[in-house]
Ligand binder design. Structure first.
Ligand code: ZN
Length: 133
């Protein structure tokens, strides 16, 4: 618990019970891909009452502070990632799970011209998986 409080203190976030539980979950597993829906189940098991909206607020705050990385999979679902290194993902739709792909396992032989006035910020690659028949 102390580590979670320390991280929150450094990020200038008040260590509420909910925030400490969330950060504790994140640092307890070294590399973890989180959605608000997955997190709410975990917190309910720990008897911590929290609304989905509060979870989103907390995860967004942690992403703003650079503790998590935020991205979308399948348009609607927002995921938060504790792996802050540049990397890509497999998405297993049957398990609703993301698996990291090391950055140097993918290389580009060609890339598109970037529109005028813009620079490349990041590249997200998600390889969607399904079960073999
Ligand atoms: Zn990841």
């Amino acid at each position: 618990m102390n580590d979670a409080k320390e991280i929150l203190k450094k990020s200038k976030l008040r260590p509420t019970i909910q925030r400490v539980a969330i950060v504790d979950y994140i640092i307890g597993k070294h590399k973890v891909h989180i959605t608000a829906a997955k997190l709410i189940k975990y917190l309910k098991n720990k008897k911590i009452n929290i609304s989905l909206a509060t979870i989103y607020n907390n995860l967004n705050e942690l992403a703003d502070k650079g503790i998590l990385k935020k991205f979308y999979v399948n348009n609607d679902k927002m995921w938060f990632d504790t792996n802050l290194q540049d990397h890509y993902h497999f998405y297993d739709s049957e398990k609703d799970e993301l698996i990291d792909i090391n950055k140097n396992e993918i290389s580009f032989s060609k890339s598109p011209k970037i529109p005028n006035g813009k620079i490349k910020e990041s590249i997200n690659i998600i390889i969607n998986l399904k079960n073999k028949n």
